[in-house]
Design a protein around this ligand. Structure first.
Ligand code: ZN
Length: 279
């Protein structure tokens, strides 16, 4: 069965770029008989707010997107669908990575870490041992590490992982919470997702998750097809962010009222993509 998802994060108000991604995913799902899932990635409890969760449901309603599986509203989400109900699943993946010696504790501040190269970052040669609960753990990206991302149009994108990402944090500082990468991969596998549409800024992240899945011996993720779409920019050409600015869906709903323009833009792109699909 073909299955895809839209996976917003409730850490700010959704913006026009999120709408583009959701509409594109919805239109491709409809065109290919794919089951559409709503998954809300709320792992970051400190940044999750009630109004952001409400904004997700309001925005999907406003855009006319009805999902086949997922929470019906904020209460249902908190009770049954939150990522916090699946922390044990994520922890078992982290343990597995740890057991394979793929992680190392990194005591550097963010600023310190950014100044190091892989060769000068001394934490990297460690293998764990005694650490305090507040130490973050990073994934040691091997060099070279080329990852092939299979795409929805039948082509492949080659990603040089070591050149694209610094060693990612897998266990967060302080909270000990697993990183987004682990939760997203684990959920996509558990939900049986077969294709995913993401913004172009997540290509390296996709490649990293493919590498993780291989290491964790989860071949199903290697069969997932991807499409990374260009990011929408604001009038000044800057990447949209989850703020309450003019490009937020909340502001567009209040000022313009109708989502017709957003829908038209996404449908033009979706139609061109549908013609190239290998699904
Ligand atoms: Zn370090």
């Amino acid at each position: 069965m073909k299955k895809t998802r839209i996976a917003p994060t409730p850490s700010g108000y959704l913006h026009a770029g999120n709408a583009f991604n959701f509409l594109l995913t919805d239109r491709l799902a409809k065109a290919t008989g794919t089951k559409l899932v709503l998954r809300i990635d709320d792992l970051d409890a400190e940044r999750t707010r009630q109004e952001y969760l409400e904004d997700i449901f309001l925005s999907l309603d406003w855009l006319g997107i009805a999902v086949d599986e997922g929470p019906s509203g904020v209460e249902d989400f908190r009770a049954n669908w939150s990522q916090h109900h699946r922390l044990e699943r994520y922890a078992s993946s982290v343990d597995e990575l740890c057991g394979k010696g793929a992680l190392y504790p990194c005591v550097c501040s963010r600023q310190h870490f950014e100044r190091f190269t892989r060769e000068t970052h001394t934490c990297r040669s460690g293998h764990g041992g005694v650490t305090t609960g507040s130490t973050p753990w990073r994934f040691r990206i091997p060099e070279p590490c080329r990852v092939e991302v299979q795409q929805l149009d039948g082509t492949n994108e080659q990603v040089d992982l070591a050149a694209s990402l610094p060693d990612p944090i897998i266990v967060q500082r302080g909270s000990g919470r697993p990183a987004y990468q682990i939760a997203s991969l684990s959920d996509d596998l558990d939900m049986g997702i077969t294709w995913i549409i993401r913004g172009a800024d997540l290509l390296a992240s996709t490649a990293f998750q493919l590498h993780l899945a291989q290491l964790l011996d989860r071949p199903a993720f290697g069969a997932v097809l991807f499409h990374h779409h260009p990011l929408l920019a604001d009038a000044q050409g800057r990447k949209l962010s989850k703020s309450a600015g003019a490009s937020s869906l909340k502001a567009i709903r209040e000022a313009v009222g109708s989502p017709d323009r957003l829908i038209a833009d996404a449908e033009v792109y979706a139609e061109a993509l549908v013609r190239r699909l290998v699904l």
